[in-house]
Ligand binder design. Structure first.
Ligand SMILES: [Zn+2]
Length: 460
């Protein structure tokens, strides 16, 4: 019923994209990209892996307790970026990296931007450059003063250039400023890798991956290259610094390599089916990653019995892996076997060391699909437990509303819908459902007051 990597992509969140920050586009494209909906995906296995990659780096950067979130974006483009307190990682960056260390290198670089607060500074810089460009358009020459007035080197360069080239020069000034920040983030990355006892080799290798991919890909907006200008000397500088570390030769633990390949297999299966899985594991078609991708692609192609046989074989070979159990639950759920699915999700949650709220909620969600009224109270408790860990799981609210609906508690069902809309950023819908909920809830009761909060909270 739910193909997570696909269905949740429909719930994209509206945020300013990094592309609009990085490229200084014309005002028309800026407006468009600011409204762009990023296809956010939720997946406990992949989120847990990337969080494990980021943890020692955040610690090395002194950001352990800063509440940094990792968000997966369902896009085949090789990209990662930071916005606010979030690190966005494209699924394409995960599949394109051959080793954990390569993705860890990218994360280290992005955490370098976070720690240096580059995002805000870049935004200020863009505003200045845009102002200069507008002034240049209005007044033509005689504008060198604008660069000087802004008091920064990048903008000053842009200001002088404007006499000749107007807006194009502002763009160049910004790019040179941005290159400076890239170098700073690279140096920070090497420092964090070194402090956490990891090699910078992967970061160097990503340059080669990008160069290789760029030969085939058209220059799509959103690609890592377009937001990360890469002169040759940048690669050389990273390599030199990385080689100075005593950890340069250190390789990834086998267990991490396996998890990396399982995550890549899952992304390939959901986004490209069997052919993508085969292409990704062409050199190692009997590896556990290849088998996992094969099982998921078989499931998505609708062959329940065959998919179950394949996932059962994987569970037998790795009985401690929570995600094989979770996938078994997915297959059973799709086949309409809700209580068996709930049992599989329950086993997965017991094995899961990351305490994923998504996974906890899934147990309850599976029980809701049984339609059995005697299961609804348990389903509600389980979904609530998941939401306590992960309140942004908007899918879980839908199931919560269904569960309340089946128990005849329409007031709470509508309140759950209101909460779900609120979490998804659909504030107007949230207020409509909260108002409907209030008509059925006891005035002054805790759920009534919760509905009241949604109604009275002001939206920007
Ligand atoms: Zn960067």
């Amino acid at each position: 019923m739910i193909h997570r990597l696909r269905s949740i992509a429909a719930h994209g969140v509206a945020i300013l994209t990094a592309v609009s920050l990085a490229l200084l586009p014309t005002s028309a494209t800026a407006a468009r990209s600011e409204k762009a909906h990023l296809p956010i995906v939720r997946d406990a296995e992949i989120e847990g892996l990337v969080a494990d990659y980021a943890r020692p780096l955040l610690k090395a950067a002194g950001l352990s307790r800063s509440g940094i979130d990792i968000v997966l974006v369902n896009s085949p483009d090789f990209n990662a970026f930071v916005l606010g307190r979030r690190i966005f990682v494209n699924t394409g960056a995960i599949t394109a990296t051959d080793t954990p260390n390569q993705l860890i290198g990218i994360l280290a670089h992005e955490i370098g931007h976070l720690a240096g607060n580059h995002q805000q500074r870049l935004r200020d810089q863009i505003e200045r450059a845009q102002t200069i460009a507008i002034v240049a358009g209005l007044l033509g020459a005689g504008i060198a003063a604008a660069g000087a007035a802004s008091g920064t080197r990048g903008a000053a360069q842009a200001g002088t250039g404007l006499i000749a080239g107007g807006a194009a020069a502002a763009h160049r000034g910004l790019l040179s400023y941005q290159r400076g920040e890239e170098a700073t983030a690279d140096r920070a990355a090497i420092t964090y890798l070194d402090r956490s006892g990891q090699s910078g080799k992967g970061l160097v290798q990503t340059f080669d991956i990008l160069a290789r991919n760029n030969l085939f890909a058209s220059s799509r907006a959103g690609s890592y290259l377009s937001s990360h200008p890469m002169p040759q000397d940048r690669r050389a500088a990273i390599e030199e610094a990385a080689k100075r570390s005593p950890y340069y030769g250190r390789t990834d633990p086998a267990e991490l390599v396996e998890r990396h390949n399982l995550a890549r297999a899952k992304i390939a299966a959901y986004n490209g089916g069997m052919s993508d899985v085969r292409r990704l594991f062409a050199r190692d078609p009997r590896s556990i990653g290849a088998l996992y991708g094969d099982a998921i692609a078989t499931f998505l192609a609708g062959s329940t019995a065959s998919a179950l046989r394949k996932i059962d074989a994987l569970i037998a070979s790795r009985p401690k892996n929570p995600w094989f159990e979770e996938m078994r639950g997915e297959i059973l759920l799709e086949a309409g076997r809700g209580s068996e699915a709930a049992a599989a999700f329950g086993r997965a949650a017991k094995l899961d060391g990351s305490n994923s709220g998504l996974l906890k909620a899934e147990i309850g969600q599976a029980l809701v699909t049984t339609g059995d009224p005697s299961q609804m109270e348990r389903a509600i408790d389980l979904i609530r437990a998941g939401l306590r860990v992960d309140p942004s799981n908007s899918v879980a609210y839908r199931f919560l509303a269904m569960a309340y609906g089946r128990t005849g508690d329409i007031g709470r069902a509508e309140l759950a819908s209101a909460e779900g809309y609120w979490q998804a950023g659909a504030f107007r819908q949230a207020k409509i459902f909260a108002a409907r909920a209030q008509q059925k809830l006891k005035p002054g009761s805790p759920p009534w007051r919760q509905a009241q909060d949604i109604i009275t909270t002001k939206i920007r």
